[in-house]
Design a binder for this molecule. Structure first.
Ligand code: HEC
Length: 119
């Protein structure tokens, strides 16, 4: 007898971004913070950060925002990743709003969360 469970409920993300698979363990300090500074901090700092979400430090990335937590270590459906992949969710639309990061940049951030969102 073969137990055959149906996975019919699995939904396919609308994103067309192909994210490559990395085998490294990126850390916030070395690989991720520079990407956030380059692409996110301009809107996610100051008096009125987007969604109340501040991205200037590890602590802020992990704990701030109207929809916190936006990053959950190990959770590939974290808000931040879904928005990076171009999804629109209750926390907002794709991030950055004007153009997605490159597949290589997204892969680094996805891998960072997957491997435990190390500081
Ligand atoms: C041009 C400004 C802008 C840039 C650049 C930007 N964001 Fe946003 N972000 C917003 C705004 C505004 C919101 C509030 C929700 C909305 O209006 O869509 C938001 C909301 C969010 C939220 C949800 C916060 C919460 O708790 O509700 C996350 C997560 C997020 N952004 C991640 C990012 C990441 C990651 C980047 C860089 C890759 C980025 N954003 C770049 C403007 C920006």
């Amino acid at each position: 007898m073969v137990a055959c469970s149906s996975n019919a409920a699995v939904t396919t993300p609308q994103s067309t971004v192909v994210v490559e698979t990395l085998t490294t363990t990126p850390t916030y300090a070395t690989e991720v913070q520079p990407l956030f500074i380059q692409h996110c901090v301009s809107c996610h700092s100051g008096i009125a950060p987007g969604g109340g979400y501040r991205m200037e430090s590890y602590e802020q990335v992990m704990t701030s925002g109207a929809n916190t937590p936006n990053v959950v270590a190990g959770d590939l459906n974290s808000n931040l990743l879904r928005m990076l992949r171009g999804e629109t969710i209750s926390a907002g639309g794709q991030m950055p709003p004007d153009a997605l990061l490159s597949p290589q940049e997204i892969a680094i951030i996805v891998r960072w969360v997957e491997t435990g969102a190390q500081p």
